[in-house]
Design a protein around this ligand. Sequence first.
Ligand code: FES
Length: 132
Amino acid sequence: MTPFGIRKRLKGLVGQGQAPQVTRFPVTFVLPDGTEQVVQTEARYTLAMASQFLPSPIATGCPDGQCGQCVVEVLDASGLAAPSDSERKIMDKWHKVPDPKRRLACHARVEGPGARVKVFSLFDYNSVRGTE
Ligand code: FES
């Protein structure tokens, strides 16, 4: 027994040492070569963040959603949050004719199971390393 019951009080504060529950959903990526990969990703992750679990993540070109490089085609939107106003503005800037199937991977958030997207461009590790 520790003085003043510190161990018991700390356990009470941190939830008895149990890890917090994390909700994960499957996302299917159709890669440029036509193969499909399913990854389990945390709720509210963007598609770009979810793609970090692929062998190569979706190619991104900016930190603030301005380049349009991360565009994907949504094949099944059932697990995706609706586009935000900022995503719509960026897509309008890049595409004069709006295409509701096109989303920015750096903005589109996963909020349920069933999302399926076609990826056009993956990050090329070899070109960054200079081995190609
Ligand atoms: S990475 Fe630039 S818009 Fe998504």
